[in-house]
Write a protein that binds this ligand. Structure first.
Ligand code: ZN
Length: 217
């Protein structure tokens, strides 16, 4: 190990993990237990695949889109990372092109809205900033290396603008831009030099919880 500093950009999954719309809550149960006389500890987990910090891949909105296990290992590593702040008092609203004017080319764009501080309250589910569908095409032109966008809100779809939210998912995923939702961006000072997204490798999944590492070299 050199002088690398690593920060985790994922929230821990627990039974309080918020879920979007009609999703289901996380259940974590002890299965075997040393304390109760079993030879080892094991657990039984159940959760929706879009739980906690998670990635949406093209199959989520496109019938023939790539699944989590279709992506090549190197597609989960990002070396050009841009962090932008889009904080606003007007809620709910969508992040638009005007908010990102001047964005430099990058492989991964992290959008910090500050909504993470409301995680655990109703506001996080209802008022979190979403992304406007027009952003995807615009980013593809302005930032030709773009491969993923991450945000610290429950979804890129604001629940009060669901139709626009569906359109936004579709347009990002059609442009092969992965979406990382419900990220933990508060530990970041500046953009990390490298980001690794490590999804749970479930065959043909349209999305999966992921551990995201931000690395400063
Ligand atoms: Zn999702």
């Amino acid at each position: 190990m050199g002088d690398e500093k690593v920060v985790l950009l994922s929230h821990e999954i627990d039974e309080q993990t918020p879920f979007y719309g009609k999703g289901t809550s996380v259940k974590l149960k002890q299965d075997k237990s040393i304390r109760k006389g079993d030879s080892c500890n094991t657990m039984h987990w159940s959760f929706y695949n879009h739980t906690g910090t998670h990635v949406d891949v093209p199959l989520h909105f496109l019938e023939k889109g790539a699944s989590v296990t279709d992506l090549r290992p190197e597609e989960w590593i990002f070396s050009k990372v841009l962090l932008v702040e889009v904080t606003d008092t007007e809620t709910p609203r969508l992040v638009k092109v005007e908010d990102l004017k001047g964005a430099k080319d990058c492989e991964l764009l992290l959008i910090r809205t500050g909504y993470e501080k409301y995680r655990g309250s109703k506001s996080y589910l209802k008022d979190s900033l979403g992304l406007h569908p027009e952003l995807a095409d615009w980013l593809k032109t302005e930032c030709p290396s773009i491969r993923a966008v991450g945000i610290d809100s429950i979804s890129i779809s604001n629940i009060k603008n669901r139709e626009l939210g569906r359109m936004a998912h579709k347009s990002f995923l059609e442009n092969n831009i992965l979406l990382i939702e419900d990220m933990k961006l508060s530990p970041l000072g500046e953009a990390p030099d490298r980001v690794i997204i490590a999804p749970l490798l479930v065959k043909e999944a349209d999305g999966a919880p992921c551990t995201v590492f931000g690395i400063y070299v």
